[in-house]
Structure formats: structure tokens, C-alpha cells
Design a protein around this ligand. Structure first.
Ligand SMILES: [Fe+2]
Ligand SMILES: [Fe+2]
Length: 375
């Protein structure tokens, strides 16, 4: 009698593939990382999610920008990893970003991780993220997001990555990394558990929490740090939330942004690169250019009000395609310290927002607007 071929349901195959992925993730040396990331890419391709434009951005960015003595950095942001048993999709997406960045030729001088590595600040989520990010070839500078912080107020994050506030100099540019997601204590008086506190902050529009701020202590630190930096030096500041006031109800907002901007005002070339908003977002206030970063996990919609007018909006992504509206990117730092920002959208053409576009108030060098379907 002929035996019927063994049928495996889609769910069984999905679970087998997932088990395989996590088996390799347990011991992420370079060899198993390659295996896992190739498997992740193959799974994406098999589901028909791989867009032909996927690896185009790199060429486009290089073609447009290799004519001065600047340098480039890459970014990966907002991966929102859950425990590995809960959600493997975000793990795959972070792996894909690591692969993208490792594939850049030449390599970026360093990679900024833009915060929200974890979803609920769990030690397992942060360990998993740290393990994956160890596979980035270039040096990585870490920034903290609110999802990393509010379970234990940063204990685990600091143990893995060090202090969240620091600065360094690189090729004539002074870089500053801030923790912009400091909140006033809303939990003690309410008798909240650490998990209740974390879940309150993780709920984007949960009105109980306080607003994000840089806070007195870090503003003083910033003033001291900049005291030794000549006013002609270009500054690039990394913050998780935008260092301006976009939309308060979703915490797309930093409450003491005006005071931070005042500290940066004496410098003529200032760029702020932030995470948290998961979308193309550009702004210019006085001497400061602001750029949002893409998330590897999901795109947020634009807020109903307060969108900075210089923003070139990305298309509304396909809700059935988890790789649409997300990605990673680069910042091309010119010799004068001004920055072109490249959004490497995984399913769309890249969008480059140049320094000239922002500093001319939108008059020069307008970005090519996305023209694919908006869902
Ligand atoms: Fe985020
Ligand atoms: Fe965030």
C-alpha cells in the first residue's frame, strides 16, 4: 500500500522553523548567526515579502554622497523584542537590520542603536537584543528607550550597556547621547508594581504617566560637557524621543525640549537624530536639524496634529506586510559636520533628506517623494 506523504500544516511548519531559529539563537556565535539570518531571509522570501528594492538603498546613498571627506554612520532602532517564545517576527527583523548594516561597503564608522531594544524591559528581552547586536561588525553605540527602562529603572540595561548618558568625539564632530525618556515619579504614590509601571509607560497614549524629559541633572551634565567644546564644532545629538514638541498625547514630545535647545543654540551646526516615532520625520528649529529613525518592528502612523512641515511623509504602509514601513538607515556626515539622513525602507525606495533641504527651510534639494501605493 502506498503511504500518503506526511502532511505538515502551515502552523506546524511555522513552529518548526521558529524552534530552529531559537535553537540557533541560544548560542549565537558568528557561524550560527549566519545560519539564522539566512534562514530568516529565506522565510521572508518564501512568503513573498521580499521586495526587489530591498538592497538598492546602499547604492543610491553611495552614488549621491561620496564626494567629500566626510564619513557615514548607520542606525538600527526600535526593535521592541519580546521574550523569544512570544514573538519571533521582531527577532527576524532585527537580524535583518544587522545583516543590512554588516553588508554596507565600506562599513560605517559606527552604528547607533536608537533605543526600545526591548518591549517590556524584561531581562530576557534585553539579553536577546544584546546577543544579536554582538554580531554587528562595526562598533555599536547604545541609546536607551522607555521600553528598555521602566521595569527596573535601567538596572539591567546599565549592566549590559553602561551609562545611558555620554559623549565622544569622532573626526571633528562632538557626539552626545542622552536619556530623553526620564519621567517624574507617577508610580510610588499609586503603589504600582514594577510591571504595572512598565506597562503604563509602554502604553503610548496612557495618560497616567508623566511626559518625557531630559531633566535637570542631564541638562547640567550637557552644559558641563559642552563647556569644553568650541562653538564652531559640529554637534550631533542622539535622543530617543524627539527633542521638540510634536504630539503630547503620544509622548512624541520632550517636555524640557526648549531648555535643551537653548543649550545647543550657540553652536551653528547641530543635528539631532532620534528614535521613538517609527516614521520619516524631519524638522528644523533655529540652528537645529532633527531627523527621526525608522523602527525595525512596526511603523507608527503620523500624529493627528503637530507634524513638522518639512517632513516628507512616508506612504501609509501595507497593514498585511510586516516588512512595509520599517527598516534601518544611515546618516552621511559631510566634512563640515552637516548630515544627510538616509531612510532605508525595506519595501520601498530609500528616501534621503539632505542637510541643505533642512537648513534652507525646504527651498533647496527637496527629497524625492515616495510614490508607491499608500494603503
Ligand atoms: Fe519605539
Ligand atoms: Fe520609545
Amino acid at each position: 500500500m502506498r503511504r500518503r506523504p506526511k502532511f505538515k500544516s502551515i502552523e506546524t511548519r511555522h513552529h518548526e522553523e521558529r524552534e530552529d531559529l531559537f535553537r540557533h539563537l541560544r548560542n549565537l556565535d558568528r557561524r550560527s548567526f549566519m545560519k539564522v539570518s539566512i534562514a530568516a531571509a529565506a522565510a521572508v522570501a518564501a512568503k513573498g515579502l521580499f521586495h526587489p528594492h530591498s538592497f538598492m538603498p546602499i547604492d543610491v546613498a553611495y552614488g549621491a554622497t561620496t564626494n567629500d571627506q566626510g564619513f557615514r554612520i548607520a542606525y538600527i532602532s526600535d526593535s521592541h523584542l519580546y521574550d523569544r517564545k512570544t514573538n519571533d517576527r521582531f527577532v527576524r527583523q532585527l537580524l535583518r537590520a544587522v545583516d543590512d548594516v554588516n553588508g554596507l561597503d565600506p562599513q560605517p564608522d559606527f552604528v547607533l542603536y536608537g533605543g526600545d531594544l526591548a518591549q517590556l524591559g524584561q531581562p530576557g528581552e534585553l539579553d536577546l537584543g544584546a546577543q544579536i547586536l554582538k554580531n554587528v561588525k562595526a562598533p555599536v553605540h547604545m541609546m536607551v528607550g522607555e521600553h528598555d527602562w521602566y521595569l527596573d529603572l535601567g538596572d539591567k540595561w546599565r549592566a549590559l550597556f553602561g551609562q545611558p548618558t555620554y559623549s565622544f568625539d569622532h573626526k571633528g564632530v562632538h557626539f552626545v547621547v542622552l536619556n530623553s525618556v526620564v519621567e517624574k515619579d507617577f508610580w510610588t504614590a499609586r503603589g504600582m508594581t514594577p510591571m504595572q509601571r512598565m506597562q503604563t509607560v509602554a502604553g503610548l497614549d496612557n495618560g497616567i504617566q508623566s511626559r518625557f524629559e531630559v531633566g535637570d541633572e542631564q541638562r547640567k551634565w550637557l552644559q558641563n560637557d559642552l563647556a569644553k567644546v568650541p562653538k564652531t564644532t559640529p554637534l550631533i545629538v542622539f535622543s530617543h524621543s524627539p527633542l521638540y514638541k510634536y504630539y503630547r498625547n503620544w509622548n512624541f514630545w520632550t517636555d524640557d525640549a526648549d531648555q535643551v535647545q537653548a543649550i545647543l543654540k550657540p553652536y551653528s551646526r547641530v543635528t539631532v537624530i532620534h528614535g521613538h516615532t517609527h516614521q520619516l520625520l524631519s524638522n528644523r528649529i533655529g540652528n537645529i536639524s532633527f531627523h527621526g529613525m525608522l523602527s525595525t518592528a512596526w511603523p507608527w502612523p503620523y500624529a493627528p496634529q503637530g507634524l513638522p512641515p518639512l517632513t516628507v511623509q512616508m506612504n501609509r504602509p501595507n497593514p498585511f506586510d510586516p516588512n512595509d514601513g520599517v527598516g534601518d538607515g544611515e546618516a552621511i556626515v559631510h566634512a563640515d559636520g552637516l548630515v544627510d539622513k538616509v531612510y532605508n525602507l525595506w519595501n520601498r525606495n530609500p528616501v534621503q533628506v539632505s542637510a541643505a533641504y533642512l537648513s534652507s527651510g525646504g527651498k533647496k534639494d527637496p527629497p524625492v517623494k515616495p510614490n508607491l501605493t499608500s494603503f
